[in-house]
Design a protein around this ligand. Structure first.
Ligand code: C5P
Length: 226
């Protein structure tokens, strides 16, 4: 079974209050993107990685991949306006001999090898799978400063990545995106829209997405603990 990984890393990270895109900020003197790629480089079940980056940083990122010896990342391509555009471009370059595609945010460097393997296994069994953790906070739907309704916390899970799919299924879901101009903040949502069930695997609390300066401080602490 052939597994490829798409790493969308073409965001500009405007919530980080930093001129450097968040995936290139260093943790322990190594860019976050490289920490993330090392997890997939080390995973025996992954054969190929495609990194999707801002167009004007392709050369810089190729150099980083050489410097840090990330050998599975043979494709470095330009991303698009939105995350869905970036992932779509990645799906286009994948060889059709690929069975399973994992899609993983560049800014989640703490994913474990076990969870990567669990997602690959579940994606091959069910067609689509993701990691998620149960919500610990109560989630309110808010509009114009007032609560519209309170969601039942027992049914709320927070999606993480990697999310894994059979190649034919995720390509079919993305065709709908292109044809109907749909935007989504994760890939599983697109598969849900074409009516295919998505299997949920309990994730780890430590698999955080580094988005804000506070997340970065938490990430530094995680690094010091390991
Ligand atoms: O913006 P958000 O935090 O949801 O980004 C999640 C991931 O998607 C990040 O790794 C980011 O670099 C990537 N992204 C992308 N292309 C975009 C926007 C975001 O590859 N146009």
């Amino acid at each position: 079974m052939k597994t490829a990984v798409l790493i969308p890393a073409a965001g500009m990270g405007r919530r980080m209050e930093n001129p450097i895109p968040k995936q290139l900020i260093e943790l322990q003197s190594k860019p976050i993107l490289i920490h993330t790629l090392e997890k997939f480089e080390a995973c025996e079940s992954v054969q190929e990685i495609c990194v999707i980056v801002p167009e004007d940083r392709i050369d810089e990122i190729r150099k980083l991949l050489n410097q840090w010896n990330i050998q599975k990342a043979r494709d470095v391509i330009a991303g698009g306006e939105e995350r869905t555009d970036s992932v779509y471009r990645g799906l286009e370059v994948l060889n059709s001999s690929t069975d399973i595609v994992l899609i993983h945010d560049a800014v989640r460097p703490f994913v474990s090898n076990q969870k990567i393997m669990d997602v690959i296994q579940a994606a091959s069994e069910y067609g689509a799978a993701l990691l998620a953790v149960p919500a610990t906070a109560t989630v309110k739907k808010v509009q114009d400063g007032f609560v519209q309704n309170t969601l039942d916390r027992n049914q709320i899970w927070l999606a993480q990545t990697p999310q894994g799919f059979r190649l034919d299924l995720i390509r079919q879901a993305y065709e709908k995106v292109v044809n109907e101009g749909i935007k989504a903040t994760d890939d599983a949502a697109l598969v849900e829209q074409i009516g295919h069930p998505v299997h949920v695997i309990p994730g780890d609390e430590t698999n955080i997405k580094i988005t804000t300066p506070t997340d970065l401080a938490i990430a530094e602490t995680f690094c010091q603990m390991t």
